[in-house]
Design a binder for this molecule. Structure first.
Ligand code: S3P
Length: 430
């Protein structure tokens, strides 16, 4: 599908966002491993979390839907069964990497497959630690899906120093560790999103250069009974849209503002954005607030390597904010973006160039010469079938000098099925 986006004169309205994707995946997986029934409110209807539900059903977990809620009857950590068929993780890296830890830890046997994009994403990062825990994994070229997982001998707990700041890798090892007789320890130097630790209530020890997170067989796995907050990564598109389209005013309800996810707020604030936080409260283990954004001129900034893990999914849309800022912005230490649903450094550099913005693509980042808030060239933007690239290009197009086209725009359903509808509604409301 091609989506046409016309220049907007103003955006205004109030939005409910899709439920947080990372929390939805985890809520479902942890509910499956718990003893007892979980009632999860507002579970995401996006394709990625739905892939997780489908795989869990194949692993023998009873799941049903009732009035906007997902009800999961936990089978306990020893109740999963080997599926008769392939587990299709679709486009979802989180489904594949976290389930690999659970399947290997549980000692069942399964083969996990993904779509074209997921089949090109690196899995060596999880294969190495899982193999050292005694889990057998066969992969294409020892790195890529399909992954065939089994275990003959006992599970060996490990002490694992994270070589990259990745919540998927951290969670994979910790989830395998939940099945061990002795503690598995994961050492994290730069904090990545901590939903796994919060939702499972894992033990954490701070040390001088980071923290140690512990999981073990005796860890209690709580049922998951809460309303999943709105996805901050979805909110970020509107925070930038409201900041670059003159005269805009957008309110976003019940957004997750976990600090390990929301460094885009600090980055946009230092660029001069006008964002207000209201009604801060806790939803279960996660902090939530309403966010209100008003149009404001932006100035350039630098995203430093240590900030990257806490805004990893927001970088494409932050790059759009930088395109309209005054001055030269830089994104540093973001090589991980090359291993997402597409090579996001390349895809972002390409769509900004198409729009007439000067960009330099570096090995691990971008240098963006902002145009100070002027309109950009209309273009036909390639989404690379990557939901966050399609949405970032869609927001950029709101400031193009005539209508632009986003190609393969249906991919937004991976994380945000209502995105194009929401965009139209914000454009039309007075
Ligand atoms: C996620 C972690 C991040 C993020 C992804 C979701 C998660 O990936 O990009 O969209 O839910 O754990 P990495 O851990 O590979 O950085």
């Amino acid at each position: 599908m091609e989506q046409t986006v016309s220049a907007a004169t103003r955006l205004s309205g109030t939005l409910e966002l899709p439920a947080d994707k990372s929390i939805s995946h985890r809520a479902a997986m942890f509910a499956a491993l718990a003893d007892g029934t979980s009632v999860i409110g507002g579970f995401s209807d996006a394709a990625d979390p739905q892939s997780t539900l489908k795989c869990l059903r194949q692993l023998g977990v009873p799941i049903r839907h009732e009035d906007q809620k997902v009800i999961i009857r936990g089978v306990g950590r020893h109740g999963l069964r080997s599926p008769g068929q392939l587990l299709d993780c679709g486009n979802s890296g989180t489904t594949m990497r976290l389930l690999s830890g659970i399947i290997g830890g549980a000692g069942i046997e399964a083969t996990l497959v993904g779509d074209n994009s997921l089949s090109r994403r690196p899995m060596r990062r999880i294969i190495d630690p899982l193999q050292s825990m005694g889990i057998a994994i066969q992969a294409q070229d020892d790195n890529f899906p399909p992954l065939h997982i089994s275990r003959k001998g006992p599970l060996k707990p490990i002490r694992f120093d994270l070589p990259i700041a990745s919540a998927q890798l951290k969670s994979c090892v910790l989830l395998a560790g939940l099945f061990g007789d002795n503690p598995t320890e994961v050492i994290e130097h730069l904090p990545s999103r901590d939903h796994t630790e919060r939702l499972l209530g894992l033990q954490i020890h701070d040390k001088d250069d980071g923290r140690i997170i512990i999981s073990e067989g005796s860890q209690f796995i709580p049922t998951q009974n809460y309303q999943v907050p709105g996805d901050f990564s979805a909110a970020a598109f509107w925070l930038v849209a409201g900041s670059i389209v003159p005269d805009s005013h957008i309110a976003l309800k019940e957004v997750g503002i976990n600090p390990t996810r929301s460094s885009a707020l600090n980055i946009l604030e230092r660029m001069g954005a006008s964002i207000r936080m209201e009604r801060e409260h806790l939803a279960g283990a996660e902090p939530v607030a309403d966010l209100v954004v008003d149009y404001h001129d932006l100035k350039a900034t630098v995203i430093h390597p240590e900030e990257v893990p806490n805004c990893i999914d927001e970088i494409p849309i932050l790059a759009v904010a930088m395109a309209f800022a005054e001055g030269e912005s830089r994104i540093e230490g973001a090589a991980e973006l090359r291993f997402k649903e597409s090579d996001r450094l390349k895809a972002v550099a390409e769509f900004l160039q198409e729009a007439g913005i000067q960009v330099l693509e570096r090995k691990d980042g971008l240098v963006i010469h902002g145009n100070g808030g002027a309109p950009v060239n209309a273009a036909r933007f390639n989404s690379y079938d990557d939901h966050r690239i399609a949405m970032a290009a869609g927001i950029l197009a709101l400031r193009s000098d005539s209508p632009s086209i986003i190609e393969k725009a249906e991919c937004v359903s991976i994380s945000y099925p209502a995105f194009w509808n929401n965009l139209t509604n914000l454009t039309n409301s007075r």
